[in-house]
Write a protein that binds this ligand. Structure first.
Ligand SMILES: [Ca+2]
Length: 106
């Protein structure tokens, strides 16, 4: 995936964006999830199945994400929906949010 080449390295930074007006950036971020090759089956790049539904994925006009079908196969934190996860086109320009160091279990 092209966005792997555009990683934004975050060593000691926690993104907290609970309200759109508090968001520190004005662009979406790819995170390491995809359903490419198996439409509708979302996995993190390490092979772990992604949690689906709320509170992870957003909704647009009452339609729950992911909603882009075969045209949108890469998970992103969507700037237009308070950084909830949406499916996006893998080829569009966006930064990638990369994990660095310790993994926090939620
Ligand atoms: Ca898809």
């Amino acid at each position: 995936m092209a966005h792997k080449m555009r990683c934004l390295l975050l060593a000691a930074f926690t993104l907290v964006a609970t309200r759109e007006e508090e968001a520190p950036f004005n662009f979406s971020f790819f995170v390491g999830g995809t359903d490419r090759g198996d439409e509708g089956a979302w996995y993190w790049v390490d092979g772990t199945p992604m949690n689906m539904g709320l509170p992870y994925w957003g909704q647009t006009d009452g339609v729950h994400e992911p909603s882009g079908g075969e045209e949108q196969n890469c998970a992103e934190l969507n700037k237009n929906n308070r950084y909830y996860i949406h499916d996006g086109e893998c080829e569009k320009y966006a930064f990638a949010l990369c994990q660095y160091g310790v993994v926090a279990k939620l």
